[in-house]
Design a protein around this ligand. Structure first.
Ligand code: AP5
Length: 218
C-alpha cells in the first residue's frame, strides 16, 4: 500500500499515520519529522530549513525533493509507505510522479483529510509533541497517560514553536495557496479518497481503512 495523506496543518495526518502504519505494516514518511530531526541534529539541511519552518513557510522544493529521493529508495519502503506532509506543491507532486514512474511504482490513493478551519486552530493550539520520538498528543482531545510525558518513551512533551498562533495562521495561508491545489491535481488522476476528518480519532481511522479497502480513490 502506497498513499499520500493530504490535509491542512492540524488535520490529523500524523495521528492517523501512526495507526495506519501498524495496520498495513508500512512506513510513515513525514517530511516535517525528517526536517525537525535535521534541525535538532544541526545538519546542513536542518540549518537551511530552520528559517523557513519557524516562519511557517515551505522549505524550498529542491531541498525537499532530494530528501524524498533519498528516502524512497531505502529498503524499509519495499512493503509500502505513507507520505505525510509531502507533496505540498505542484512541483513536488510532479517530481514524486516522475520518481515513482522511474521506480515502476504507483500510488494507491491520495487520502484527503478534511477538517474545518476552526477545528484546525483548536487542534494545533493544544498539540504537544514528544521531544524524543515525535509522538503527537493534545491537551484535551488526545491526552498522554501522565500529563506532559510521552506514553511511549517517557520523554517530556513540548509545544512546537511553529504551533504558536501567528505562525499557525501563516501555515494555513501557505496551505491554501500552495498545497490545497493538489486536491484537484490528484482528483484529475482519479485517486482521491475524501475523508471527513472530524470526530473521534478511531472513527476517522476506520473511515480511512474502509475507503482504502473498498479501493476508493483508485
Ligand atoms: P509538518 O510537520 O508536516 O506540519 P503540518 O502539515 O503543518 O502538519 P501538522 O504536523 O501540523 O499536522 P497533522 O495533520 O500531522 O496533525 P496531528 O496529527 O499532529 O510541517 C512543518 C513544517 O515543515 C512546514 O511548515 C514547512 O516549513 C516544513 N515542511 C514539511 N514538509 C514540507 C514539504 N513537503 N515542503 C516544504 N516544506 C515542508 O494533529 C494535530 C493535533 O490534533 C494533535 O494535538 C492531535 O492529538 C490532535 N488530533 C488529531 N486528530 C484529532 C481528532 N480527530 N480530534 C481531536 N484532536 C485531534
Amino acid at each position: 500500500m502506497r498513499f499520500i495523506l493530504l490535509g491542512a496543518p492540524g488535520a490529523g495526518k500524523g495521528t492517523q499515520a501512526k495507526q495506519l502504519i501498524e495496520k498495513y505494516n508500512i512506513v510513515q514518511i513525514s517530511t516535517g519529522d525528517i526536517l525537525r530531526e535535521n534541525v535538532k541534529a544541526g545538519t546542513e539541511l536542518g540549518k537551511n530549513a530552520h528559517s523557513y519552518m519557524e516562519k511557517g513557510l515551505l522549505v524550498p522544493d529542491e531541498l525537499i525533493i532530494s530528501m524524498i529521493e533519498g528516502r524512497l529508495v531505502k529498503s524499509d519502503c519495499k512493503n509500502g509507505f505513507i507520505l505525510d506532509g509531502f507533496p505540498r506543491t505542484v512541483a513536488q507532486a510532479d517530481a514524486l510522479g516522475a520518481l515513482l514512474k522511474k521506480m515502476g511504482l504507483a500510488l494507491n490513493a491520495c487520502v484527503y483529510v478534511e477538517v474545518p478551519e476552526e477545528d484546525l486552530i483548536k487542534r494545533i493550539s493544544g498539540r504537544r509533541v514528544c521531544n524524543g520520538c515525535g509522538e503527537s498528543y493534545h491537551i484535551h482531545f488526545n491526552k498522554p497517560k501522565t500529563e506532559g510525558i510521552c506514553d511511549k518513551c517517557s520523554v517530556q512533551l513540548i509545544h512546537r514553536k511553529d504551533d504558536h498562533e501567528d505562525t499557525v495562521r501563516n501555515r494555513l495561508k501557505v496551505y491554501h495557496n500552495e498545497t490545497h491545489p493538489l486536491l484537484d491535481y490528484y482528483l484529475k488522476q482519479g485517486i482521491v479518497l475524501k475523508i471527513d476528518g472530524t470526530g473521534e480519532i478511531n472513527d476517522i481511522f476506520n473511515r480511512i481503512v474502509a475507503g482504502l479497502e473498498a479501493g476508493k480513490g483508485k
